[in-house]
Design a protein. Sequence first.
Length: 87
Amino acid sequence: MTKNDLVNAVANHGLSKRQSSSVVESVFDIIFRCFEKGEDVNFRIRRKASRRGRNPQTGESIEITARKVLTFKPSKGLKQRINTLTA
């Protein structure tokens, strides 16, 4: 889902596109500030070590640098809600 998809989904709840865009931006800003403070918000920053990889076009071995990735960890309540939908 893209940011534009989120804006459209929020707009479907009775807000204008401009208001929806503002809401989505605000939510992302709040989440980012929580990460800066070291809070989790069910999203976590995980560190990935550097490793050897392969360029799929050439088959050449390359070094993939260490980086931080954003992961989502659903809460217990969300897991239960999802499982009741798919059951």
